[in-house]
Design a protein around this ligand. Structure first.
Ligand SMILES: C[S@@+](CC[C@H](N)C(=O)[O-])C[C@H]1O[C@@H](n2cnc3c(N)ncnc32)[C@H](O)[C@@H]1O
Length: 332
């Protein structure tokens, strides 16, 4: 059943076909991997010119280029191909709005998806390590894109949490520092610590410096499953980190966060939670399969799981602040 305009209706046959249709997906991912869009750049180039630059087979490449024209990512005039304005903006590497790194991540995960049937039959996962561990450079590039996207939503998120002001925030697994930076920009007296793996913090150092917040944001390198978190903090944030971990790892991490909080302090968990039936939100049900296929032991959890972790860790109150997205524990 599809939910549209509040009405449930059956899927049409065309929609079923559409769901099973991935040709364009792989055409796009391959074009980004080959870096077709950057190779064309702002010029208009023949298939031969592009093939020479890419060391590719011209007749074969032409098929890909024509499909990209039909997908509105390239244009074609006579024998020459150019980038569409969208292609130029988002798929040419030197563009400030390049999002190709995210697509490269999807491409790197392609073979794991090919093993989905085997995974479902046996319960054994295809990935022994997440791509971020096997290819840290790709991981850092993806975080750069996520940082750019997150900059748009970060300030509103900070405001919705209604901080008092001069608090001390720990952004656990804070990545590029997207949230810590947004929070410090919204609350001028806030001080923050971004705790992350040393490799990730190289990027964070740059984003914090670019934001001019070196004096208010401290970087703490470490492994949050092994190392102490420091403190005491008034607010601990866990944004998009728990779905990479097992249930028990999350329980242990939330206990650690509890210890690092001052009395009255809050733990905010922002994640992609499934609803209690497991069948929604729709995007998250597919994301749960993605996590199954592409991580060694991650999972999408439910709000009730988070409430259980918080209660067991000692939080006096555990409340869902935003549906299937944000849970808060208060150390009463
Ligand atoms: C999906 S990113 C989320 C980044 C950020 N919290 C956000 O919401 O934009 C997950 C982050 O967790 C970090 N991370 C993963 N495992 C970690 C560990 N064991 N200790 C510290 N950081 C870790 C990664 O380096 C990465 O920055």
């Amino acid at each position: 059943m599809l939910e549209g305009f509040g009405v449930s209706r059956e899927l049409s046959l065309a929609e079923i076909f559409q769901l099973g249709y991935y040709w364009e997906t792989k055409i796009l991912l391959t074009a980004v991997k080959l870096d077709v869009f950057s190779t064309i750049g702002e010029q208009s180039r023949t298939a031969k010119d592009i093939a020479d630059r890419l060391h590719a087979d011209e007749p074969t490449l032409s098929l890909l280029l024509n499909a990209l024209v039909a997908m509105k990512l390239l244009t074609k005039e006579g024998d020459s191909y150019g980038n569409s304005s969208t292609g130029l903006k988002h798929l040419v590497r030197h563009s400030a709005q390049y999002i190709g790194h995210l697509l490269l991540l999807h491409d790197a995960e392609w073979n794991n998806w090919g093993q989905l049937e085997e995974t479902i039959r046996t319960g054994r996962r295809a990935a022994d390590r997440h791509v971020f561990e096997t290819d840290p450079e790709l991981g850092s590039n993806v975080l750069t894109v996520l940082n750019r996207i997150g900059q748009q939503s970060g300030p509103d998120f900070a405001k919705r949490l209604k901080l008092v002001g001069n608090e001390r925030l720990l952004d656990l697994g804070g990545g590029a520092g997207t949230n810590a930076i947004a929070f410090c920009q919204v609350y001028s007296e806030l001080g923050a610590t971004v705790f992350d793996l040393p490799a990730t913090l190289k990027l964070t150092e740059k984003t914090v410096k670019d934001a001019g917040l070196e004096s208010r944001i401290t970087l703490q390198p470490g492994d949050f499953n092994r190392d102490q978190l420091g403190g005491p903090y008034d607010l601990v944030l866990m944004s998009d980190i728990l779905h990479y971990q097992t249930f028990q790892m999350n329980q242990d991490l939330i206990k650690k966060a509890f210890v690092s909080l001052a009395p009255g302090g809050r733990l905010i968990i922002k994640d992609r939670f499934l609803d209690e039936t497991g069948t929604g939100p729709a995007w998250t049900t597919a994301f749960a399969v993605h996590i199954l296929v592409n991580t060694q032991s991650g999972g999408c959890y439910r709000i009730s799981d988070a409430v259980q972790w918080l209660t067991k860790a000692g939080f006096g109150s555990a409340v869902e602040l935003e549906k299937t997205a944000v849970v808060q524990g208060v150390k009463t």
